[in-house]
Write a protein that binds this ligand. Structure first.
Ligand code: ATP
Ligand code: MG
Length: 437
């Protein structure tokens, strides 16, 4: 019998989650650790099968000597968990291996949430105590050359398989160690996936992909986890082959299929006087690398200044994402980031810089049912009365027809000659689609 403990399908799972059961497991764990210490270096050379056999013998011996009221499935559960513990990631082992789990969010040892199919749910998994959780965390980040302790209680790192991990521990985290893991998808979402998920329509994809090929500067905005990076990755595939693309990211997530891609990743200030390398440093450097396109994974700080300058001065066709709740807020946030980056000119020039740099804002949202949708595709048309003006081509509306969600295609015509060419090239198709609504 092999229970799926990670998914909590074990019929005894109530008991297996109980404090009593965790105490028994904790006791056996310390006993195992003592036994391994006695064995010394020998243990290191053991294969996983040997470790499993050893754990099984120890657990069975211990439970029968101490006449513990445990049945075969309890013992099997303990053996599996303790084996994972000794050779892998403990309770996280199953979740890391489960392809359908996208995010793992741990708020202290007793609370583990997972995201599956866009929905966040509480998992039955738990750790023995916060010390146990910390041991697993240290095991994950040690090979990455990172350390987390009271002195430096926050770590953000990329996992060897491309996923991301963020750790924040007491005293700054009040729930105990808080761990957020975004798992890596073996295969990035493609345009066909996003169409199938209903994230956008064919028509939008047609327009946006042509806008990318025509070197429009595009910002993808949206809240946390709304699918910005995935959307950027999907759109960037429409950059024509043969162009030199430079990507700049805090944690390298983009997976471009082009032949000519240079990938740069920022570096936090680290141990032993390792100097910080910011996105701004990388962006400045990338401008000297003869890029055709610059893709900034997420603009979140002073690099906004160089990014907009690049977009305005010959590196058009650049793209980025930004964390905001609406397209209009995206502009406010850019203004704020430019000030933060030391913008010296007037407020009006700052707005002109933004309006001149960005052609399109694609805004995404994750709806309460977990689905990601393009909420708006807007063109930045200029500055009027000192305010940046924009017009919307597509807008998502809940309850559009008979209670069904859908997109409204407005009657706006692009103002920028570049977008107008793109729009006109497929005009007949769009007009036909517009009439349907
Ligand atoms: N259109 C989509 N439909 C379904 N799932 C999606 C979609 N886009 C992204 N996802 C999934 O949602 C999760 C978050 O995606 P992504 O990293 O692209 O979001 P993000 O907005 O960039 O997040 P963050 O705010 O952390 O930067 C991933 O697991 C991804 O596979
Ligand atoms: Mg992202």
């Amino acid at each position: 019998m092999d229970f799926d403990f990670a998914l909590g399908k074990d019929p005894n799972s109530e008991f297996h989650q109980s404090d009593e059961f965790q105490d028994i497991k904790g006791m056996m764990h310390s006993r195992l650790v003592d036994r391994i210490e006695d064995l010394g270096t020998d243990f290191i050379n053991w294969t996983p099968a040997m470790v499993k056999r050893f754990v099984a013998q120890e657990v069975e011996g211990f439970t029968s000597t101490n006449r513990m009221p445990l049945n075969a499935s309890d013992i099997q559960c303990i053996v599996k968990d303790l084996t994972d513990e000794l050779i892998g990631l403990g309770p996280l082992e199953g979740l890391m291996a489960d392809e359908s789990v996208a995010d793992i969010l741990i708020n202290g040892y007793k609370e583990v949430f997972i995201e599956r199919n866009g929905l966040l749910q509480k998992s039955k998994i738990r750790f023995i105590d916060n010390k146990h959780l910390m041991r697993i965390v240290q095991r994950i980040i040690a090979p990455l050359g990172r350390r987390v302790d009271e002195g430096s209680p926050m770590v953000d790192a990329r996992l060897p398989n491309g996923g991301r991990i963020n750790i924040i521990i007491p005293p700054v985290a009040l729930n105990g160690p808080v761990v957020s893991i975004r798992k890596f998808r073996n295969k990035a979402l493609e345009a066909s996936d996003l169409l199938a998920y209903g994230t956008m329509t064919d028509e939008m994809l047609d327009f946006l992909s042509k806008a990318v090929a025509a070197r429009s500067n595009i910002v993808i905005s949206g809240g946390t986890g709304s699918g910005k990076t995935s959307f950027l990755n999907m759109l960037a595939q429409f950059i024509p082959e043969g162009e030199r693309i430079i990507t700049i990211e805090d944690a390298a997530e983009l997976q471009l299929l082009h032949e000519h891609v240079v990938r740069l990743e920022t570096r936090p200030a680290g141990l032993e006087d390792v100097a910080e390398v910011t996105a701004r440093d990388l962006l400045r450097n990338s401008l000297r690398m003869r890029p055709d396109r610059i893709i900034v994974g997420e603009v979140r700080s002073g690099e906004a200044v160089e990014m907009l300058q690049a977009m305005n001065t010959g590196h058009d066709g650049s793209m980025s994402t930004i964390h905001t709740n609406s397209p209009r807020e995206c502009l406010h946030r850019l203004e704020m980031l430019l000030h933060f980056g030391g913008w010296q000119g007037s407020e009006l020039n700052l707005r002109r810089q933004i309006a001149g740099a960005i052609d399109l804002i694609v805004h995404l949202a994750r709806l309460p049912n977990g689905k990601r949708r393009v909420i708006s595709v807007s063109e930045i048309t200029g500055v009027q009365d000192e305010v940046i003006s924009m017009q919307e081509f597509y807008r998502f509306e809940p309850n559009l027809v008979n209670g069904q969600d859908g997109w409204v295609t407005t009657h706006c015509q692009p103002v920028s000659p570049k977008l107008k060419r793109v729009w006109d090239s497929a005009k007949a198709r769009y007009e036909a689609a517009r009439e349907r609504i």
